[in-house]
Design a protein around this ligand. Sequence first.
Ligand code: SF4
Length: 169
Amino acid sequence: MERILVSACLLGRRVRYDGGAKTSDDDLLARWRAEGRLVPFCPEVEGGLPVPRPPAEIEGGAGGAAVLAGEARILTPDGADVTEAFLSGARQALAAARSSGVRVAVLKEGSPSCGSLRIYDGAHRGRTVPGQGVTTALLELNGVRVFGEDSVPDAARYLEGLRGTGDPR
Ligand code: SF4
């Protein structure tokens, strides 16, 4: 049975920058969890950052691909450069996905690690722009399809496609 990488905060783990969780009440996610198919992961904690921690953003809202290419940094509101921890967490997330045979992930929207459709704009003023987090970008570059927590039915349909054809892309 296909396993699914999931942001640990969506499963109730208190790993967010503010020390809290963002527990999802999605029924499909709950079913997959009961079936033992979920691989919980928090890239920022695995990358060595503490809980709580300052809310970091990608410079200029540039997106995870720019960080992977060395073209943008990830900074806290005080200007501390936490890029290496984010990159380490992203690499570990990819390793976890590979070791579990994961081809689909459901990750927390908006995060500089886990966002898939939008991220914060880098100005630390609460505004978002279209873009991906660093872990999402690395996973997708390596063939793992990432969905946000509001798109779990889309993830399920994608999984169905994988079962039907081997690879729908
Ligand atoms: Fe949740 Fe991802 Fe942020 Fe960890 S890095 S707290 S899993 S959104």
